[in-house]
Design a protein around this ligand. Structure first.
Ligand SMILES: CC(C)(COP(=O)(O)OP(=O)(O)OC[C@H]1O[C@@H](n2cnc3c(N)ncnc32)[C@H](O)[C@@H]1O)[C@@H](O)C(=O)NCCC(=O)NCCS
Ligand SMILES: Nc1ncnc2c1ncn2[C@@H]1O[C@H](COP(=O)(O)OP(=O)(O)OP(=O)(O)O)[C@@H](O)[C@H]1O
Length: 201
């Protein structure tokens, strides 16, 4: 079974993904893959430079992520241009990693995909687990984690689909507004249920 783990920016996907990794599940992490495909020397990085110019590179040739983030989170047209270049490469590498784990014999693989709904990737997965937070917690956690102003954080939040739509499309939802322990408890409960369902198949 392939489980798609998603949510909105700073809702707690990485926090839940780490809990799943600690439980021994293999994880395909889209944010990590997004970094791997733009390493210096990659075709994807070259394409990004041809779209956005040398200004999105550091002097040592690596991608200047804050700079590119500033451009794409404040302008839907730039975001689409980046997505058109980078998403095919991310998708290809994620499928490769997923298939690798399946071939190794894992019966459950987790795919942590922030843009599962936005990029219409529902067909990649068998079950969708959404990590949800209130907008207030999301804003506060995002500002703190990334050192952003309220305006910058709101721009990032509104570059994704509303949380309510993601909850509607989920097979299960974790409400990550309480303690980490409460979140872990919800996760274990959902996994137990899904393992039971798998056993009945
Ligand atoms: C713009 C970039 C360079 C900014 O890098 P930065 O290190 O600041 O952020 P990071 O990659 O850790 O992403 C943080 C979160 O931002 C959100 N996000 C990232 N890219 C996008 C996007 N194109 N549209 C909407 N939200 C996005 C996701 O929730 C993600 O978890 C980077 O996010 C990127 O390469 N984005 C395009 C690839 C992508 O779509 N990644 C999301 C997973 S498929
Ligand atoms: N239950 C919680 N209580 C307090 N802080 C939390 C909780 N869950 C997560 N956080 C914090 O909130 C921030 C966002 O969490 P996390 O990085 O897991 O989100 P994410 O959904 O993976 O974000 P992104 O989409 O940007 O990758 C982090 O700083 C994390 O430590």
């Amino acid at each position: 079974m392939i489980i798609g783990l998603t949510g909105s920016i700073a809702s707690g996907k990485s926090t839940v993904s780490k809990m799943l990794a600690d439980l021994g599940y293999p994880i395909v992490d889209a944010d990590l893959v997004a970094r791997q495909v733009v390493e210096p020397g990659s075709d994807t990085l070259q394409q990004i430079v041809s779209v956005f110019g040398e200004e999105v590179l550091h002097e040592n040739g690596t991608l200047n992520r804050p700079k590119l983030g500033e451009l794409i989170f404040n302008d839907p047209a730039s975001r689409k241009r980046l997505n058109d270049v980078i998403h095919p490469a991310i998708r290809k590498e994620m499928i490769r990693q997923r298939d690798h784990y399946v071939q190794q014999g894992f019966d459950i693989v987790i795919m942590d995909i922030p843009l599962l709904f936005e990029s219409k990737l529902k067909h990649f997965v068998d079950k969708i687990l959404v990590v949800s937070v209130t907008e207030e917690n999301q804003l506060q956690r995002l500002m703190e984690r990334n050192g952003l102003s309220e305006k910058e954080a709101r721009a990032r939040i509104s570059s994704q689909l509303p949380m309510s739509l993601k909850e509607e499309g989920a097979d299960a939802v974790i409400y990550n507004n309480g303690t980490i322990e409460e979140t872990s408890h919800q996760l274990r409960h959902i996994l137990e249920q899904w393992h039971t369902d798998m056993g009945k198949l």
